[in-house]
Design a protein around this ligand. Sequence first.
Ligand code: HEM
Length: 134
Amino acid sequence: MFHQPGETFYEQVGGHDTFVALVSAFYDGVKADPELRALYPEEDLAPAERRLRMFLEQYFGGPSSYNDERGHPRLRMRHAPFAVTLDMRDRWLRHMYAAMDTLDLPEAHAEAMRDYFFRAAHMLVNTDDPGSRS
Ligand code: HEM
């Protein structure tokens, strides 16, 4: 694909299709991880998958459907009901990095996304691990 210099990050990584594939692979990982899965209140993960997809599309320069539907992201506040420990952060990140590896992203873009996910996930830790190993 040819990239115009004026394209957004969102367009450069492949736009909507890329984010659909990313969150789909990510939630496959969540579904296969009973401890992380237990944090998600809904039996059907499709609505959560859609919210994450809209948020990420917006964050990386795509359409602002997340804001239109959900308002300001306030991610820390929205994660307050869930016990996000270091262990859960690591699980979340492992599934997100694995999901990224299923895509054929330009390396500089992949690096920027991993960096963002690492920092965002750490910011959302809100609970000490029981018997923390650290
Ligand atoms: C650190 C580990 C994380 C855990 C354990 C976690 C867990 C959860 C859970 C249980 C939900 C509720 C599911 C739902 O939407 O109904 C949720 C929602 C959400 N999470 Fe996370 N999350 C983590 C990190 C992140 C990160 C790093 C991001 C963004 C880069 C993110 C973005 C979102 C968004 C956008 C929602 C939907 C908020 C809404 O509109 O209600 N999460 N997360």
